[in-house]
Each structure stands twice: as structure tokens, then as C-alpha cells.
Design a protein around this ligand. Structure first.
Ligand SMILES: C[S@@+](CC[C@H](N)C(=O)[O-])C[C@H]1O[C@@H](n2cnc3c(N)ncnc32)[C@H](O)[C@@H]1O
Length: 202
């Protein structure tokens, strides 16, 4: 059984809480033009995808974990929403050639750098003109600090590197911040995160 299937299987509750990611919840209401379609990358057991669908968006979500996705579908059903959930590895997943989204979110995809680079560099091909991208993840600043997040540099984000991966997009926000996390049973306490809001030029 893969690491994420085991984690979701053992959690007994939504692993990162029921509330959506803070960056997504605070930025989405201010995006202009208002998105209609959302691609939620690495949505796990679905806290962001469910919330985005509750806001009225047409949501597609992708995650590697079958167990997390089954749990996400259950939460969608309880919330009375529909999310198009796809179980796939973002190392090589490709949407249909002509499909584009108004908003792409990616919260806490903590996997090897090569996969994250590939995904972030694909964002420009998967966004509509004027579409937005929101990314949050643990930063390399946390490596030396006694804070939340992985202690393997290959799993962590570096602000300047991500900015380079997003070349061609308009960067509205790209910060590396120390924050207080209160997300379910897993991300609780002080953490260093990068938070990004970028936009495809029109
Ligand atoms: C820290 S969890 C975050 C889940 C969710 N975004 C949230 O914040 O609640 C990381 C997620 O990334 C997924 N993941 C890791 N590597 C992946 C890959 N190569 N392709 C797709 N999903 C992946 C895992 O299955 C897991 O659900």
C-alpha cells in the first residue's frame, strides 16, 4: 500500500481537516473575473474540491491516492456536491488536449521536486487566458527550523524556483511566510510555507 493510501486509511477523519486551504478560501472570492471551472491538483481526501464545488464552481480534482479519493467522494456526497475526481499520477497525467480551466489550485503537494516542477510548468498550458493559479506548500525555510513540514529538501518549495517554473504567468503573490497551521490532525503548529497567486495573461 502506498504512503498516502496508508495515511488516509489510518486517519479515521479528514486528514487535513474539513476547512479548505486558507490561501484558497481567502483568495478565491476576490478573483476577477470570477472563475467558473476549477482544476484541483493533489486534492487528497477532498477538502478543497468539496468546498470549491459548494461555491458553485465546476470542479475537476486529481490525486494519486485511491483511498483518499474514495473518502473525498464520500465527503462530496455528504455535502451534496459533485466533483469530477480522477485517480492519477501527476508525474504524467495529461488532461484532454483542448481542456482548459479558469482556476488551478494545488495545496500541499509534497512530492519529489521533478514531479512538482513538471506540474507547475504545465499550469500555463492548462489555464484559460486570464485564469488563475493558487499554490501553497511547505517551504525550504522549514528545513532548519523546528516547525511543521517534511525535512527532506526534495519535497519542499523554494520561492524563487517556483517563480521560475511559472515563467510567462503574471505573479500577483509569491511569498515565503511563517504561519500558524491548524489543519486537521496532520498540519498543526508553526510552519513555513510558500503562497503563490499567478495569472495567465489574457
Ligand atoms: C499533504 S497531502 C495534501 C492533500 C490536499 N491537497 C490537502 O491539502 O488536504 C498531499 C497529496 O498529494 C498527493 N500526491 C502525492 N504525490 C502525487 C502524485 N505524484 N500525483 C498525484 N497526487 C500526488 C497525495 O496522494 C496526497 O493526497
Amino acid at each position: 500500500m502506498t504512503k498516502w493510501n496508508r495515511k488516509y486509511g489510518e486517519a479515521g477523519t479528514r486528514l487535513f481537516g474539513d476547512a479548505p486551504n486558507t490561501l484558497i478560501a481567502t483568495q478565491v472570492p476576490h478573483l476577477h473575473p470570477r472563475p467558473q471551472t476549477v482544476l484541483c491538483l493533489a486534492d487528497g481526501d477532498g477538502r478543497d474540491g468539496t468546498w470549491l464545488a459548494q461555491q458553485g464552481f465546476a470542479v475537476t480534482a486529481v490525486d494519486l491516492s485511491e483511498v483518499g479519493t474514495v473518502q473525498a467522494r464520500h465527503h462530496d456526497q455528504v455535502a451534496g456536491v459533485t466533483v469530477h475526481r480522477i485517480i492519477a499520477d501527476l508525474a504524467d497525467w495529461q488532461p484532454p488536449r483542448t481542456q482548459r480551466w479558469d482556476l488551478i489550485t494545488m495545496s500541499f503537494l509534497q512530492c519529489e521536486s521533478a514531479v512538482r516542477q513538471r506540474v507547475v510548468q504545465q499550469v500555463r498550458h492548462w489555464l484559460q487566458p486570464g485564469g488563475y493559479c493558487l499554490i501553497e506548500g511547505f517551504s525550504s525555510q522549514g528545513l532548519t527550523a523546528n516547525t511543521e513540514g517534511p525535512k527532506d529538501s526534495d519535497l519542499l518549495y523554494d520561492r524563487e524556483t517556483v517563480q521560475n517554473w511559472l515563467e510567462g504567468l503574471i505573479i500577483h503573490l509569491c511569498e515565503d511566510a511563517q504561519v500558524e497551521l491548524d489543519q486537521g490532525i496532520s498540519h498543526v503548529g508553526t510552519g513555513h510555507v510558500i503562497r503563490v497567486c499567478a495569472q495567465q495573461p489574457t
